[in-house]
Design a protein around this ligand. Structure first.
Ligand code: UDP
Ligand code: MG
Length: 306
């Protein structure tokens, strides 16, 4: 098997048939042997029925039905755990990633790369979504000390070596671009077209997007802890300096006005800081708690052609 395509499906019942037709056309033209794995992440639309129909017609199309909605990257993991191809293509199933762009990625792969990322130059998402994503990349890069590219999302092709490394990492936070940036290997980037979502709606509302962004920050960096220690240190130092100032004024016989307001301000200010820093520590402990439970990353209900 040359190529495995992994498609997480959520609210994509309307695109799967067209997507698989267009993918098959491209892959056959490249004369590759392939499989297309569609994972139904408990979609509210009838994705699984569509997958069953497609898999019945063509046994190169394989289906995984998850027991509930686990999230895009858990669905991708379910697919990656079962791929047989020498290379793995990841893309969104809503036709925002165009199958016709795949040959560009394949040509670059032939130059001996292990990962080829598609970079969206003309990202066709809403202004707000692009803004949120740019902010996320700025913050994430600062906190994690990495240098991720805001044009890169899911569309990419990976060698078997990279995929087996990634699936050996069973941590819960699984954004694939971030995991794959960590593993190294020989990486290339290719500019690709990105399409508007024509059918169905994005499944990332503000809350889901924010959860993902904060998850990345706390899963991939201990910088929030270091920043809180730094802020605490700066505050203590300033209060020492201020104490010295009051001491000198007292020693020189200058009158110290009893300052109720400055006192109450510092009490609440410090109280707030202590609570928020405890919160940061709490978040990390929560992450450790999730990891030590070591629950499965996803649960499979049915499989087709696998
Ligand atoms: N997706 C998923 N589970 C989810 C949310 C999304 O499998 O809970 C899949 C979805 O089917 C699509 C991809 O993740 O293939 C990207 O989702 P979407 O198009 O909603 O996000 P956007 O393109 O707006 O970032
Ligand atoms: Mg989309």
């Amino acid at each position: 098997m040359d190529i495995s395509v992994v498609l997480p499906c959520y609210n994509t019942a309307g695109t799967l048939e067209l997507l698989s037709e267009r993918l098959i056309k491209v892959l056959e033209r490249e004369s590759k042997s392939f499989e297309i794995i569609m994972i139904n992440d408990c979609s509210p639309s009838n994705d699984w029925e569509v997958i069953e129909k497609l898999a019945l017609k063509d046994n190169r199309i394989k289906g995984i039905n998850l027991s509930r909605n686990f999230g895009q990257y858990e669905a991708i993991t379910a697919g990656l755990d079962r791929v047989k191809g020498d290379y793995v293509v990841l893309m969104d199933a809503d036709l925002q990633d165009l199958p016709e762009e795949l040959p560009k990625l394949l040509r670059e792969l032939e130059n001996g790369y292990d990962i080829v990322y598609g970079v969206r130059t003309n990202r066709k998402d809403t202004f707000f979504k692009k803004l949120a994503s740019n902010l996320f990349h700025k913050f994430f890069n600062y906190f994690s000390g990495t240098n991720t590219d805001k044009g890169i999302a899911t569309y990419a092709i990976y060698s078997k070596k990279v995929i087996s490394t990634i699936i050996s990492m069973r941590e819960r936070y699984r954004e694939i671009y971030i995991l794959s940036s960590w593993v190294g290997f020989k990486v290339a980037k290719v500019e690709i077209e990105h399409a508007k979502r024509e059918i169905g709606e994005t499944s990332y509302d503000f809350k889901k997007g924010l959860d993902l962004a904060l998850g990345a920050m706390f899963a991939y960096s201990d910088k929030p802890l270091k920043v809180s220690v730094l802020i605490g240190f700066v505050i203590s130092l300033s209060s020492l300096v201020y104490g010295l100032y009051i001491f000198i004024r007292g020693a020189l016989g200058m009158e110290n006005i009893p300052g109720w307001s400055s006192l109450i301000v510092s009490v609440w200010f410090l109280g707030g800081l202590i609570l928020s820093f405890l919160g940061v520590i709490g978040i990390y402990i929560g992450k450790i708690f999730e990891e030590v439970k070591a629950r499965p990353l996803y649960i499979v209900k049915d499989e087709l052609n696998l």
